[in-house]
Write a protein that binds this ligand. Structure first.
Ligand code: FPP
Length: 231
């Protein structure tokens, strides 16, 4: 990448196209998720080395439970495998956190999430957020419930208060959201936080997404004129 380019502070990626990638190879959809997960590990290192401070990836949405049980189980098993060595993130200086409602997840997965979060909490490199059972609308509903349960009066309701009650509390909003696979939707991803994010779409399916595409995306990001509602 051109050293003159500024890297976004917070990149968010929708890991899309795994199923189609597998289908093109006459393989089961689950194989696409396995290769997609491998690619996430590779891209995570590249993104960390670029000096990006936050990376948020959409691994499982609140709507993904509608998929066949075999596929859902496959993704959950991938997650187990990804988290089984809780030292990994710490060793890589990655601080991992999970965004989403953990209630319906299996107990062992919930325990692995906590172990990985706790084990990597002092890491100073990349902040990696993995959205699991995450939905932007669901997140806002949870925030509203928390605010009401805390008895906060109407006069104290501010944008900052809502931000502080989201799963991303205390984190900067994403600057740049990448969606591969030729879909041009936001799919309930970071609805509140994406208010001023720049989007980048590509036809490449996630398992084929390479550091070269990321460089191209960041180059485009550098040509965006971000006015945040100003002139
Ligand atoms: C969307 O592609 C992808 C998902 C719903 C799952 C993404 C999961 C991973 C990359 C692996 C799990 C991640 C971790 C961190 C363990 P799609 O299947 O909807 O693709 P399609 O649109 O081609 O069908």
């Amino acid at each position: 990448m051109d050293n003159e380019l500024k890297v976004p502070n917070h990149i968010a990626i929708i890991l899309d196209g795994n199923g189609r990638w597998a289908k093109k190879r006459n393989m089961p959809r689950g194989y696409g998720h396995i290769v997609g997960c491998d690619n996430l590990e590779k891209m995570c290192d590249v993104i960390k080395d670029m000096g990006v401070k936050y990376l948020t990836v959409y691994a499982f949405s609140t709507e993904n439970w509608k998929r066949p049980k075999e596929e859902v189980d496959g993704i959950m098993n991938l997650l187990r495998d990804y988290l089984k060595d809780a030292e990994n993130f710490k060793d890589e200086n990655i601080k991992v956190r999970f965004l989403g409602d953990r209630t319906p997840l299996a107990d062992d997965i919930k325990a692995l999430m906590l172990k990985n979060e706790d084990g990597s909490k002092d890491a100073t490199g990349l902040n990696l957020n993995i959205a699991i059972n995450y939905g932007g609308r669901d997140e806002i509903v949870h925030a509203v419930k928390k605010i009401i349960a805390a008895g906060i009066p109407e006069t104290d309701i501010t944008e900052q208060l809502i931000s502080d009650n989201l799963y991303t509390a205390g984190m900067p909003d994403p600057d740049f959201i990448i969606r591969p696979s030729g879909e041009y939707r936001t799919s309930n991803y970071l609805l509140w936080q994406s208010a001023y994010a720049e989007y980048w779409f590509s036809d490449i399916l996630w398992p084929d997404f390479t550091p070269k595409q990321l460089d191209k995306a960041i180059e485009d990001f550098n040509h965006r004129n971000r006015r945040f509602g100003g002139v």
